[in-house]
Design a protein around this ligand. Structure first.
Ligand SMILES: [Fe+2]
Ligand SMILES: [Fe+2]
Length: 469
């Protein structure tokens, strides 16, 4: 169990490496000043937070009220399996690496920096949401996600400091200097420079964009570089809560809208302060399509090389029933074929981004199914859906074209004409924002969202999850 008296709680024997400890201790004040200026803006006394204290099974986390600034951001790696071997690629069957091989140093550092960059970015995007939280329960969940994304930054910074020398330390500083939406030094990936201006966006973000994170972490968990694998394994455990916030958040918005539709026998719920289903669909369309962009192009020789080198595997690599080399395999990927939406056959190695994206899409469909069950149980005929993979894409094969959510290819003029049916308009956003009035009283909730079925850690909904200052 990590020692909580230490400045930086950890299970990596930081005390045994004075140099590393000092490097992290000198990064820590920079992290805190970043947190003060870019972290949650709403002043609070304390928040009922989960803090990781162990990496094993039950009891890995502790719950209690803590001032957020005193949150014990620590470094936790899943337990080491001394017999772990590389599961795929050219090094398959060799013992997992405890050090960074010189030949892969630059690539591994790049992968860690890209992952690390997303963690503080989402905290920045969500910085102002506290001011409009629909309940103390939601406010607490927002802050829980924020402190854990902060811890995920720590996780990546630990790897940079411990394994990548001076360059790693420089990259760790840069992770605090880039900022979401900044003109001069934006975050690396597009979706992490978008605003999260309201709580419907927050729920969609935690459902769709945190879920992208889950899949990226899943590929890094397979890495031959064992410390990266172990770090990601533990991060995935925390990540599950972030997606629960998204899944149940959208559940509760849909549930409330359905209630109002039934009660007033109308589709136009705006008069009653709920969010119309078509607006929910538009937000879904936006967040899903920008999250698909995070998977990169349908084909990638870089990713093929990462795989062969053992740096980054597939989702649930060890459950795949093939040779884990893929040198002789092929697959079909989405492509423009003579300017039309179609598919191309490519080598399985270059199609790995598509393979991961398909796993992600199948997972996303689960949420839509669940939200549609809420509509069905309410007796409503309307249904939500995932838009076509070519819809609203800025990255990959379909970036040059426009397509409707049903996958119908459109001219630029048709798109300009019709996109307001599918993506949130200024009117939609203004309406949603108009609903975002803070409800910071214990046990109360905003009118546009249903209360949760369950509280946190067995506490009731009306628990004092946050003490505001
Ligand atoms: Fe994260
Ligand atoms: Fe997350």
């Amino acid at each position: 169990m990590p020692d909580y008296a230490e400045k930086i709680p950890n299970n990596v024997d930081l005390a045994g490496d004075r140099r590393l400890q000092r490097a992290l201790e000198s990064w820590q004040p920079n992290f805190l000043s970043w947190w003060d200026s870019m972290g949650p803006a709403l002043p609070t006394q304390d928040v009922y937070l989960r803090t990781a204290i162990d990496v094993r099974g039950e009891g890995w986390a502790h719950f209690g009220h803590v001032p957020m600034r005193d949150y014990r951001w620590g470094i936790f790696l899943a337990e080491r399996d001394p017999d772990r071997r590389v599961a795929f690629g050219a090094h398959k069957g060799e013992p997992a690496w405890q050090k960074v091989p010189g030949e892969y140093r630059a690539e591994l550092q790049r992968l860690i920096v890209i992952q690390g960059d997303t963690e503080p970015a989402s905290v920045e995007q969500q910085r102002n949401l506290g001011a409009t939280a629909p309940s103390l329960y939601d406010l607490r969940n927002l802050f829980q996600v924020n402190v854990e994304e902060g811890r995920h930054l720590w996780a990546m910074v630990y790897l940079l400091h411990a394994y990548f020398g001076r360059e790693g330390r420089e990259e760790a500083e840069e992770l605090l200097h880039r900022n979401s939406g900044s003109e001069d030094s934006p975050r690396i990936l597009g979706a992490f420079n978008e605003e999260t201006p309201d709580w419907l966006s927050f729920y969609m973000f935690t459902y769709f964009t945190d879920r992208d994170g889950k899949y990226q972490l899943g590929t890094l968990k397979e890495s031959a570089f064992d410390p990266l694998s172990r770090t990601c394994e533990f991060m995935l455990k925390e990540e599950a809560h972030h997606m629960m916030v998204g899944t149940t958040g959208v559940d509760r918005v849909v549930e409330r809208t359905a209630q109002v539709m039934i009660e007033h026998d109308t589709d136009d719920v705006t008069a009653h302060g709920a969010i119309p289903l078509p607006v929910i669909q538009k937000y879904l369309n936006f967040h899903y399509s920008v999250s698909l962009d995070l998977f990169g192009g349908e084909t990638s020789t870089n990713v093929a090389n990462y795989y062969t080198a053992g740096l980054k595997g597939r989702w649930l690599e060890e459950r795949r029933k093939d040779d884990h080399l893929l040198a002789d395999d092929s697959m079909m990927v989405e492509a423009l074929v003579e300017g039309q939406i179609g598919q191309n056959e490519v080598s399985a190695l270059t199609g790995l981004n598509t393979d991961l994206r398909r796993e992600y899409i199948a997972d996303c469909a689960g949420g839509v199914k669940r939200w549609n069950r809420i509509l069905e149980e309410a007796g409503l005929p309307q249904r939500l859906y995932l838009p076509h993979v070519a819809f609203n894409r800025k990255v990959g094969a379909f970036a040059p074209i426009e397509a409707s959510p049903s996958g119908e290819q459109l001219s630029a003029d048709e798109w300009a004409e019709r996109k307001r049916q599918w993506l949130p308009t200024d009117t939609d956003k203004t309406y949603v924002r108009s609903l975002m009035q803070p409800v910071h009283q214990r046990g109360k909730i905003a009118a546009w969202v249903a209360p949760p079925r369950n509280g946190i850690n067995g506490q009731p909904f009306d628990y004092e999850y946050v003490h505001l200052s």
